[in-house]
Design a protein around this ligand. Structure first.
Ligand code: NAD
Ligand code: DAU
Length: 367
């Protein structure tokens, strides 16, 4: 099943030169595909350390294209960043690089502080020094991609997170993202650096690493393995199809106001257990001949809860809708059909990821 990339490119009067950090990860690679398709005159330089979550295969279709360059490197490497900003004459940084998985942050938080806090600081410092010497500083942008998890956990009747909700991060992951958000805000306030901050809800779609809920359940169904639902399965997430998120970031880069924050949500609040039931139903339909266990809902298994598991996230996207004209287009039913169809036809993408390292991680979390 092909992934559809589309965007109104009428805002392309001046071609941009982007540095995309973390562009070989899940959202970053979808964003790079989106951008190359929507803005063929722009330059895209991906900087990615290729950690366990980074995968050069995600960008294979772009290798060799003139507008695209891949650089393997770390966002904590100040010399490399200085060099890339200068030699590529970057005007826009889209910052995705992060350690992104809550369960891994509970097992080992060190890398989260290093990449998410120190790495973001290193990028901001390098960009500030570079930007201060530009002749048209108003044309520059630094977009920091962050998460709704910085706002903490909602009760069932609480209003959704808005841009003014106080920060209350609960996991080492969300605390490290909150730290990076504060740095981004401070660099605008103190130095007038043209930063923009986005906080979005749970993404899903193609190229999603198998440790996260939707790919993990999809692949386990195909393998006939148990579907581990944490706790009572009543936790709620607001699911955003990744290409809706990429359009939102495109909108923020072209129309957002420096210094502002934009919340981005899918308007699709679903309880985990209901989502897993939906995945089972759709997979039973799409792969009816090929499933080791059918109906696949028989594989659902309730397991020990995640420590400190946030109960509910929900995003109020009113600001980006009314001020910038963006809204999500994909319902969770449509998005799941696209996504599960992609996993069905891309076994050669996910099978190599179920490595010994992944199995060791899996045993540690689900033992
Ligand atoms: P991911 O884990 O799939 O990808 C992260 C990428 O960053 C990988 O390619 C990895 O190799 C790279 N990376 C990690 N450390 C690096 C370093 N020190 N230097 C350079 N590259 C490094 O993550 P994702 O799900 O695509 O998330 C992207 C961003 O969006 C993150 O900042 C995350 O916090 C944020 N976010 C994600 C979601 C979601 O649902 N996935 C939701 C809200 C916000
Ligand atoms: O809300 C945005 C965040 O969404 C991002 O900032 C993170 O980078 C991203 O990983 C995601 O975090 P979550 O912890 O919400 O996503 P995850 O896919 O790990 O889990 C989604 C929900 O499903 C959560 O309530 C935990 C539950 N879960 C997860 C796994 C992996 C299970 O019940 N079983 C599982 O095996």
């Amino acid at each position: 099943m092909a992934v559809q990339y589309s965007y109104d490119s009428s805002e392309d009067a001046t071609p941009r030169r982007l540095l995309v950090t973390g562009g070989a990860g899940f959202i970053g690679s979808n964003f790079v595909h989106h951008w190359c398709h929507a803005h063929p005159s722009d330059r895209i330089v991906v900087l990615d350390a290729l950690t366990y979550a980074g995968n050069r295969q995600n960008l294979a279709a772009l290798e060799g294209q003139e507008q695209f360059r891949f650089v393997q490197g770390n966002i904590c490497d100040r010399t490399l960043i200085d060099q890339l900003l200068q030699e590529e004459a970057i005007d826009t940084v889209a910052h995705f690089a992060a350690e992104s998985h809550v369960d891994r942050s509970i097992i080992g938080p060190d890398a989260f502080i290093q990449t998410n806090v120190v790495g973001t600081f290193t990028l901001l410092e390098a960009f500030k020094q570079y930007w201060e010497h530009q002749q048209k500083p108003d044309d520059y942008r630094f977009v920091h991609v962050s998460t709704d998890e910085v706002f903490g956990s909602l009760g069932p009747d609480d209003p959704a997170f808005s841009e003014t909700t106080p920060y209350a991060p609960n996991s080492p992951y969300s605390a490290s993202k909150a730290g990076s958000d504060h740095l981004v805000r401070a660099y605008h306030h103190t130095y007038s650096l043209p930063t923009l901050l986005t906080n979005c809800s749970n993404n899903y779609g193609p190229y999603h690493y198998p440790e996260k809920l939707i790919p993990l359940m999809s692949i386990n169904i195909l393998l006939g393995k148990p579907l581990p639902v944490y706790g009572d399965g009543q936790n709620v997430r607001d699911w955003l199809y990744v290409l809706d998120h990429c359009r939102a970031l495109d909108t923020v880069i072209h129309r957002g106001i420096p210094g502002e924050t934009y919340n981005i949500g899918g308007n699709n609040e679903v309880k985990n257990i209901d989502l897993v039931q939906m995945i089972c139903r759709i997979m039973d339909e799409l792969a009816s001949q090929h499933l080791p266990v059918k109906p696949s809902r028989e594989l659902i298994t309730f397991v020990k809860d995640r420590p400190g598991h946030d109960r509910r996230y929900a995003i109020d996207s009113t600001k980006i809708k009314t001020q910038l004209g963006w809204a999500p287009l994909v319902t969770v039913e449509e998005g799941l059909r696209q996504t599960l169809g992609w996993y069905l036809t891309h076994k050669t993408w996910w099978e190599p990821l179920l490595s010994e390292e992944y199995q060791a991680y899996y045993r540690q979390v689900y033992a």
